[in-house]
Ligand binder design. Structure first.
Ligand code: TYM
Length: 347
């Protein structure tokens, strides 16, 4: 990361906590999620579940990052369908439009203008170190300006709403650090325009593993989708790669990815019971996989029903997105006006 230009603020850069450990003050929470395919367990436990929890205590803005998705999806119908599915998924999972603004990133043009203002002061070296671009380049794949400047648009997304807290999985923390660097540098040059945001990462779900043990991610094709048909979900669970040691041998549950996934879905007591089974040994992974599939099916059953009902009311979903966008534009206009004025773009 680049050197801070002014003295560091006192608050930590990333807030790590369990689901309950949050601060009392009402904060402004913001996060975005790309409509690059159907959402998976990693998206849910790393991010979406936090969105839902935080909307109850804080002022929340959540958006579907369709402009970011353009860096990978170059097909109109696919992007439109994914965007629609994303809205239905989020609402079905509990995002409450009476508590949080839900909108499309592209419905707030103030953000793309702010992105340019930030781009004029974004050091090349800072962006060259960002992992999405760096990985592509290292693999010798062609990268475009959209991918290279992706973190600046993300910084604009966050700064445009004076966000205090950004709930995300661990893979997004680097981008939020870039956002903080850009905000700090801007404030140093032009005066105190931007609020300094913090990432909020849940310790136990910072990096949900996929069926091959790597981070669950669409790009690794190792995902299990939230609303996957139960039969197909079960098949994937059965394919989760497990520890090759013999059944009789006791095992440490904390280092086992099957146990990690199971823990996400069950109560403290069930988790403890399973951990004891691991420590004792003499059990089969088939048994744990069965328990995981049952728990997952039950966990999302209610949301699945809700999604079905919502899909039958497209008008209502459109209204929710329009109202969310209007609220978001109001806030973003206010922040953009501050930035324009500070930079000398107003008379
Ligand atoms: P995206 O769309 O890749 O992922 C959405 C959210 O899901 C989290 N996540 C995970 N968490 C834990 N374990 C996993 N295996 C896992 N996979 C995904 C991500 O960390 C993320 O929180 N650049 C962002 C979208 C974005 C954004 C923003 C986020 C655009 N502007 C402003 C916050 C603020 C992205 O690509 O997320």
């Amino acid at each position: 990361m680049s050197q801070p230009l002014s003295s560091s603020p006192k608050e930590p850069e990333t807030q790590r906590s369990d689901a309950s450990g949050d601060t009392r003050k009402v904060l402004r929470v913001l996060s975005g999620i790309q409509p690059t395919g159907r959402f998976h367990w990693g998206n849910y436990f790393g991010a979406i579940r936090q969105y839902i929890e935080l909307q109850n205590e804080h002022e929340a803005y959540y958006f579907i990052a369709n402009l970011h998705a353009l860096t990978t999806i170059r097909n109109r119908d696919v992007l439109r369908q994914n965007t629609w599915d994303a809205a239905l998924d989020l609402l079905a999972l509990g995002l409450d439009p009476n508590r949080a603004a839900l909108f499309l990133q592209s419905d707030v043009p103030q953000v793309t203008e702010l992105c340019w203002l930030l781009m004029t002061g974004a050091p090349m070296g800072l962006l060259e170190r960002c992992h999405a671009y760096k990985e592509k380049k290292e693999k010798g794949l062609p990268a475009d300006a959209g991918l290279f400047t992706y973190p600046v648009l993300m910084a604009a997304d966050i700064l445009a709403y004076d966000a205090d807290l950004v709930p995300v999985g661990e893979d997004q923390v680097q981008h939020i650090e870039v956002c903080r660097d850009l905000a700090r540098s801007f404030n140093h040059q032009f005066g105190p325009v931007f609020t300094m945001p913090r990432a909020k990462v849940l310790e136990h779900a910072a990096r949900v593993p996929g069926i091959d043990g790597q981070k669950m991610s669409k790009s690794y094709q190792n995902t299990i989708e939230i609303f996957e048909e139960p039969q197909s979900m079960r098949k994937k669970v059965m394919r989760i790669v497990t520890d090759p040691r013999p059944m009789e041998q006791p095992k440490d549950p904390e280092t086992d990815r099957l146990y990690q996934l199971y823990s996400l879905f069950v109560s403290e007591a069930e988790r403890e019971q399973m951990a004891a089974l691991y420590r004792r040994g003499g059990f089969g992974y088939g048994q744990v996989k069965q328990a995981l599939a049952d728990a997952a099916e039950q966990y999302f059953a209610e949301a699945r029903e809700k999604r079905r009902a919502l899909a039958a009311r497209p008008e209502q979903v459109r209204e929710i997105l329009a109202a969310g966008a209007e609220k978001a534009r109001r806030k973003a206009s206010e922040v953009l006006a501050r930035a324009r004025d500070a930079m000398g773009l107003t008379w």
